[in-house]
Ligand binder design. Structure first.
Ligand code: ATP
Ligand code: MG
Length: 664
């Protein structure tokens, strides 16, 4: 039988947690044993950390798989858990958000203030006729009102659907229509790359085609002129004049909390539905365990946008449920200069930083002198999410941001999983650069072959989750069949055959277990390349390229090839000072091809390497390999609506037509 996915990369470095962090860690190694011993009792103990208005009767109802119910019969209010209970406990004066606008303006908001703002917004939404179960679309820049809008919806039981502020009118229209949103919360605009960037005109255009929308609530951020209609209301009138008194009503644990569309890296985005009790339990627990959050002393900063699941779970719900102080930043990392992030870390004495590999690789490209010019001594823990992190990017992050000593948590999860699933625990795990290591306590992950059998250590295959988890998606909004089809039909009972078999969740990602049984994510299975009968992951070849000192970032795809079935075509972004002109460029390409062959074996040697200035990415910064595959195979481009910058494709395509395919 052929292997499901080849294991080529051999990374031996490993780093123990710092002794000081380990000695005082929120979670120790005993959590794994406790969870393994009785998984449901473990999750019940985590849920009990929240404040419930009515206790649950049953931890998990899995009698109608794949439709799960967690904490059945329990009632709670999600916003109460993020705000009121901290204020009630005397922590109202604690800073919840240090917000920094891109132009340099800033706001400091305490838990008591955030609570008041949320109560006012809840009253205003109720005044506009929003009731529990209604959907509210949120289309905002990274301003505190974005968190307030989400919390206000949660408070009154409305289901929010946050749409990333960079999306076009079409994308916004589709998402509003799919959820039949009754209200849209937006702003006149936000600041991006040093300029006001309007949002309201996009909403006007979208709402013209969305009959479900009754009201539009508009935050004034840039002060630019906007056109106005009867359905529009200024936030500073409707919300800021509403009463700050609001009593949170409890909702069922399974009450819908939000719909969020996936990033759209692979296909048409899916409206992922999350509910209340289980979701909050797992985002709160993982924030506590993986970030080792110490609300008394930590200043936490997640650089994601609120429009992605990372912003939902690890800016809004997880950190606020834990009562921690956090930083929120409106703009881009290079406005007005490339050291902006490090300036923010220093200004607020950030202790925990959570960011994405795309940013780390961009920082590598810009050069280590930039972080070196700032005082980063407040940092004690680093995190990564969104894509596989190449071992060399991991090492760079540790070396140049983490002073060569900080632990890095590489957290694997998805919009669908709601919370982190596979990650080191910072006080427990001896982390390996590039590996997400092990499933978190209470999570059962595995790597399986085509037949759904566990692969042995050293083997590669498909990443699956064998047991339901509290923050799992409940369905795809309005499309139960697509939910079953996409996630539950590949392996186990949902694949047909044995009805007694367990239901197994298929994540869509490839992975391998190393010789110690640690998990390495290998990219999406749709991207796997079949070269001369070997299934080769994009991630391993990309990591081999990034391990060359001249490469900052790389993407590889399989292109149809007459002799090998598919051949590896690579796109590489050189590091800052690299000379790529003429002969120097040709030489570098030759060197990179043999570097990959040396690192991974001759089977992985790219047929062709293109040096490019940028790569096509989704608006959340993930590489879109399917577009590169279109280019490599001379096809017209597929759906580009989730692409960040369409001119990138023209740049790359023009480079390709001019490049030689230098076959051996
Ligand atoms: P779509 O499902 O529409 O194609 P998407 O998968 O990009 O979009 P998200 O839910 O934002 O949407 O991303 C989750 C995916 O990101 C994971 O399935 C995985 O491929 C990748 N990912 C996230 N974190 C990690 C990580 N730490 N290591 C490796 N891959 C990761
Ligand atoms: Mg996905």
């Amino acid at each position: 039988m052929s292997e499901a996915l080849a294991n080529l990369l051999n990374e031996k470095r490993q780093f123990l947690p710092p002794a000081e962090l380990a000695a005082d860690a929120n979670v120790t190694s005993s959590a794994y044993a406790e969870a393994a011993d009785d998984r449901l009792a473990f999750w019940a103990r985590q849920a009990a950390q929240l404040t419930w208005s009515k206790p649950w009767d049953q931890v998990l109802d899995w009698s109608r798989p794949p439709f799960a119910k967690w904490f059945v019969g329990g009632q709670l209010n999600v916003a109460y858990n993020c705000l009121d209970r901290h204020v009630a406990a005397g922590r109202g004066d604690k800073v919840a958000i240090h917000w920094e606008g891109e132009p340099g303006d800033s706001r400091t908001i305490t838990y008591a203030e955030l609570h008041q703002m949320t109560c006012r917004a809840a009253n205003a939404l109720t005044g506009l006729g929003v009731t529990a179960g209604d959907r509210v679309a949120v289309y905002l820049p990274m301003i505190p009102e974005a968190a307030v809008a989400m919390l206000a919806c949660a408070r009154i039981g409305a289901t929010h659907s946050v749409v990333f502020g960079g999306f076009s009118a079409d994308a916004l229209t589709n998402r509003i229509q799919d959820a039949s949103a009754k209200v849209v919360i937006t702003a006149d605009g936000g600041y991006r790359r040093g300029k006001p960037s309007a949002l309201k005109p996009t909403v006007d255009e979208a709402v013209a085609n969305c009959p479900s929308v009754e009201h539009v609530l508009v935050v004034r951020r840039t002060g630019e002129d906007v056109s106005w209609s009867d359905r529009d209301h200024w936030w500073h009138e409707a919300v800021e004049q509403a009463s700050a008194e609001h009593t949170a009503q409890p909702f069922d644990a399974e009450h819908p909390l939000f719909i969020l569309y996936t990033s759209g890296t692979t296909a048409r985005p899916k409206g992922i539905l999350h509910t209340s009790g289980g979701y909050l339990t797992q985002v709160a627990y993982t924030s506590h365990a993986v970030f080792d959050l110490k609300p008394e002393s930590d200043v936490y900063w997640c650089t994601a946008d609120i429009g992605w699941v990372t912003g939902h779970s690890y800016i809004v719900y997880g950190p606020l449920a834990n009562g921690v102080t956090q930083v929120m930043y409106e703009g881009t990392p290079d406005t007005p200069h490339k050291g902006r992030f490090w300036e923010i870390v220093d200004r607020y004495r950030v202790t925990i930083l959570y960011t994405a590999p795309t940013l780390i690789r961009t920082m590598m490209k810009w050069g280590e002198e930039i972080p070196a010019g700032h005082d980063l001594s407040s940092l004690r823990l680093l995190g990564s999410v969104g894509e596989p992190i190449n071992p060399e990017a991991w090492m760079w992050y540790r070396q140049h941001v983490g002073r060569g000593e900080l632990p890095i948590v590489d957290t694997w999860w998805q919009t669908e999983t709601g919370s982190m699933m596979i990650s080191p625990l910072p006080g427990v795990t001896a982390a390996k650069p590039g590996s997400a290591m092990t499933a978190l306590p209470g999570v059962v992950a595995d790597v399986v072959d085509d037949q759904g059998r566990s692969v042995p250590d050293g083997g590669g295959g498909y990443l699956v989750l064998r047991e339901p988890w509290p923050s799992m998606l409940r369905t795809i909004w309005g499309d139960d069949n697509r939910f079953i089809e996409t996630y539950w039909s590949r392996f186990g009972a949902g694949a047909g055959g044995d009805a007694e078999a367990p239901w197994i969740y298929f994540a869509g990602d490839g992975a391998k277990k190393d010789d110690d049984g640690h998990i390495w994510l290998l990219g999406r299975v749709d991207d796997v390349m079949l070269v001369s009968g070997h299934n080769i992951s994009t991630t391993e070849v990309e990591s081999a390229l990034v391990s060359h000192p001249s490469v900052a970032e790389a993407a590889v795809v399989g292109a149809t090839d007459p002799t090998t079935g598919q051949a590896i075509v690579a796109f590489a972004i050189p590091r800052g000072s690299t000379d790529t002109s003429g002969e120097a460029g040709e030489q570098l390409i030759a060197e990179l091809r043999s570097h990959v062959a040396k690192t991974l074996g001759p089977i992985a040697k790219p047929r062709q390497i293109m040096l490019v200035p940028e790569l096509p990415k989704t608006r959340s910064g993930k590489i879109m390999r399917r577009l590169l595959r279109d280019v490599a195979e001379n096809r017209s481009l597929g759906d580009v609506t989730t692409l960040q910058d369409s001119s990138v494709m023209e740049l790359i395509a023009s480079g390709i037509s001019g490049s030689k395919s230098d076959e051996d």
